[in-house]
Design a protein around this ligand. Structure first.
Ligand SMILES: [Zn+2]
Length: 88
């Protein structure tokens, strides 16, 4: 997977500084306004804004992303990593 650099934006959910985006699909496109994304830190769903910043996804937008099996698996991986981090 290749990363795309994005303007540094704090996650609107957890405040984690986000400065890159990884397409969920190999060879995916760079982030565009309206795209759905996931926070690397808290695994909450984000939406790319016009200025390539991030805002919190609505319940409807989250449901749209979670209809995608690849996105669900990626989110599970992020959450598994977080659990490992907080458990010594
Ligand atoms: Zn976050």
């Amino acid at each position: 997977m290749s990363d795309y650099e994005t303007p540094l934006t704090p996650c609107p959910w957890c405040g984690y500084p986000l400065d890159r985006a990884t397409p969920l699909e190999e060879g995916g496109n760079a982030p565009e306004p309206g795209d759905l994304s996931l926070c690397f830190n808290c695994a909450q769903v984000l939406v790319v804004t016009e200025a390539l910043g991030m805002r919190q996804a609505t319940v409807e937008e989250e449901a749209e992303l979670m209809a995608d099996a690849v996105a669900r698996r990626f989110r599970d991986q992020l959450r598994a990593r977080d659990r490992r981090k907080v458990t010594p």
